[in-house]
Each structure stands twice: as structure tokens, then as C-alpha cells.
Design a binder for this molecule. Structure first.
Ligand SMILES: Nc1nc2c(ncn2[C@@H]2O[C@H](COP(=O)(O)OP(=O)(O)O)[C@@H](O)[C@H]2O)c(=O)[nH]1
Ligand SMILES: [Mg+2]
Ligand SMILES: [Zn+2]
Length: 354
């Protein structure tokens, strides 16, 4: 393989001349795990760490190498390990604001051609979350595409409704597939081009790792069963760049809950601003807009100011959002109960040791 097969094009070549290269080669970061790296070049993939000088120069986490970055590296130990000396400028990137109140920015991946924004049509479907991912992609010059997974879990007419909602929300290409039945996988595979880099974004449990596994045809990345509520459990702990046999590169990411983007149920109001505005005039603050007296939303529907089907979509999405919110709460409760169980088991064991 050549470096250009991994995406090292003229853009990077022209920037290579500005970097000092005594005894260094070019390589691409393929995995990051708490300060240790994997980098790959034409012939090998090896563990790497930052040079003292580079770690000293870096004063913001944004400048640390992330998966997809091109670096200059010095190989040692018969080329079995490497030291990273410099990070190339980024042609494109995916980044987000870190969790918490401080506005720290965290890199997700660099030098991505296309971001696949993955949502499950079962519990994860959320046009407002889609918006945030679209903004993330646009911000980093990355082309977005939307993938709706788990189509095997809903009826065809429901799928068509969801596809219609997504297609009206974005100009990006929208595809649907099932990792279980395989429907839609061929269409997805055909979007992948050799030498291009793709990143999968989306909540935990939507099927990103399963999709990659189906493409490479083996269980190379760990996937875990989701609970019966449909909520995903944490699966991918580090990001990895995978080169498919046909030459496309795919980057898997942990779910965005871990990455701090708020979870499900965070407002179906995007795209329904008119209804959100009307609901301020309802008699009850917690009006469900279904059967309460003095509901301004239903009044507007009756007057024909809000189309009937638009209202129906809104109610439907709202219920789904509430459902996933609830399963999240249930899951937290279960986790807490399990924590208490472990604690008391430990106490019990200690007593027996005494
Ligand atoms: N029914 C159904 N389940 C799926 C599909 N894709 C993935 N899953 C299941 O969803 C769970 C989470 O998948 P995973 O790939 O780990 O999600 P990730 O967190 O996005 O990487 C696993 O139990 C998968 O078997 C699908 O298309 N249909
Ligand atoms: Mg995963
Ligand atoms: Zn109302």
C-alpha cells in the first residue's frame, strides 16, 4: 500500500515541506487510548507516544493527535514502536464541546471526508439531535450523510414517515438499513470509495460497531447486547481507524452520550418551532396537547393553522422521545441498584474475612 491509499494527498504533501523530517516518516493515527497511540504507514501499524518536545509544545487538548491525524514519526526498536514528533494541519475535523459547563473543545477525528450520522429508527430517532450532528459536520468541513439503522424493528409505513421527516430536515443523503436482515447494506457499501475516510457518529447502541463488523465480515470490534429497553450499553472505548479490503477507511466512535451530547428526549421542538411557540399559550404548563382543556396547539389545528399530519408527527415524536428518556431513567435506576448490591456484597465478604 502507498500513503496516498490512506488519504495522504497533495494537500498534505504540500504541507509536509514545512515540517522538519530528520529520520522521520509519515504515518496516520489509527487509534487513541488515553495518551497512547497506534499509527500506521505503508507497511505497519505500531504503538507510538509523543516526543517530549511535542507534549511540551501542546497547550490545548485540541492540538493533541486524534484519530485520523497525519503525523511525522521516528521509528525505533526495529520499527516496532514510534515517537510522534509533529502533527500535520487538519484538512477537516469533527469536534464537539466537552461535557460540563466549561467550553472545552474535544477532537473526535481529523481528516474525515464523510461523517455518517447514525440514528436508530427504534428509540434513538431525533431530528433535533440530527441537527447538532449536522452542525458539527459543517463546522469541520465534513460532508454529512444520515443513516437510519434497525429498520427491521419498525413497520414499513413508520419507516417511510421517519425517512420523510429526515429528508425534510436536511439536504444530506439519507439511507436506511438493517444490520440484522442486511436490507440497505449494499446501498451503504456503494457509497464507500477507496482512499476516502468515513467516521460514524451517533448515540451509543444505534449499531455503528455492528455495521462496521458486517462490512469487515468479522467480529473485530467488540459489540455488546443492548438491554431490553433498547438503550445501548457502552461498547467502543477507543476510536479506531479501520481500512476495508476495498480501500475505504472507517472510524468508529464511542456514543455521543459518553461524548457529552445530551441524550434522548432532549426536545422534539427543533423543526416544530411553531408548535413550541403555541404551547406557551396552553392553559397548563405541562399540557400534552392531546386532551387538556385550553390547549392552544389543538385550537390551532382545529382552525387549520397547523396541518393535521404535522400535529400527528409532533405527538408521535414527542411520545418516542419520552419513551427513550424513560428507558434511560430506568437504566440509571438499575445501575444504582446494582451498585448497592455490589457494595453490600463486598461488606458481606469483608465480614466473613474478619
Ligand atoms: N434489531 C437490530 N439490532 C441491531 C442492529 N444493528 C445493531 N443492532 C444491535 O444493537 C446493539 C448495539 O449495537 P452496537 O453496534 O454495539 O452499537 P454502537 O454503540 O452504535 O456501536 C447490539 O446488540 C446489536 O446487535 C439492527 O440493524 N437491527
Ligand atoms: Mg460501538
Ligand atoms: Zn396544549
Amino acid at each position: 500500500m502507498k500513503l496516498s491509499d490512506f488519504g495522504f494527498d497533495e494537500w498534505f504533501e504540500s504541507r509536509a515541506t514545512e515540517l522538519s523530517l530528520d529520520g522521520c516518516g509519515f504515518a496516520r493515527v489509527s487509534a487513541v487510548d488515553r495518551g497512547s497511540y497506534l499509527i500506521r504507514d505503508e507497511s505497519r501499524e505500531v504503538p507510538a507516544e509523543l516526543s517530549g518536545k511535542l507534549s511540551h509544545q501542546i497547550d490545548s487538548s485540541v492540538d493533541l493527535p486524534c484519530v485520523g491525524d497525519w503525523v511525522t514519526a521516528h521509528y525505533y526498536d526495529h520499527d516496532a514502536a514510534a515517537i510522534i514528533h509533529q502533527v500535520f494541519p487538519r484538512k477537516t475535523f469533527l469536534r464537539r464541546k466537552a461535557a460540563g459547563k466549561n467550553v472545552d473543545i474535544q477532537m473526535i477525528a481529523a481528516n474525515i471526508d464523510t461523517a455518517f450520522i447514525v440514528q436508530s429508527c427504534h428509540f434513538d430517532f431525533s431530528p433535533s439531535r440530527l441537527d447538532r450532528y449536522l452542525i458539527m459536520a459543517t463546522d469541520g468541513q465534513v460532508e454529512p450523510m444520515v443513516i437510519l439503522t434497525k429498520t427491521d424493528l419498525i413497520a414499513q409505513d413508520e419507516l417511510e414517515l421517519k425517512l420523510a421527516i429526515l429528508r425534510s430536515a436536511t439536504k444530506a443523503r439519507v439511507m436506511a438499513l438493517s444490520n440484522v436482515t442486511g436490507v440497505g447494506l449494499d446501498e451503504f457499501r456503494q457509497t464507500l470509495a477507496s482512499g476516502r475516510t468515513y467516521c460514524l457518529l451517533g448515540s451509543s447502541g444505534v449499531g455503528k460497531t455492528t455495521l462496521i463488523n458486517r462490512l469487515i465480515g468479522e467480529e473485530a470490534l467488540e459489540t455488546k447486547a443492548v438491554s431490553s429497553t433498547g438503550e445501548g450499553t457502552h461498547t467502543t472505548s477507543r476510536r479506531q481507524l479501520i481500512v476495508l479490503s476495498q480501500g475505504a477507511m472507517l472510524i468508529d466512535t464511542p456514543g455521543m452520550r459518553e461524548l457529552g451530547i445530551a441524550g434522548a428526549g432532549d426536545g422534539v421542538n427543533t423543526g416544530f418551532e411553531d408548535i413550541a411557540e403555541l404551547s406557551a399559550k396552553c392553559r397548563y404548563a405541562d399540557c400534552s396537547h392531546e386532551h387538556e382543556p385550553g390547549c392552544a396547539v389543538r385550537a390551532a389545528v382545529e382552525k387549520g393553522e397547523v396541518p393535521e399530519d404535522r400535529y400527528a408527527n409532533y405527538i408521535k415524536l414527542k411520545k418516542e422521545a419520552a419513551h427513550s428518556e424513560m428507558s434511560y431513567v430506568d437504566k440509571r435506576k438499575k445501575e444504582k441498584a446494582f451498585g448497592r448490591f455490589i457494595k453490600s456484597a463486598k461488606k458481606h465478604m469483608r465480614r466473613r474475612e474478619d
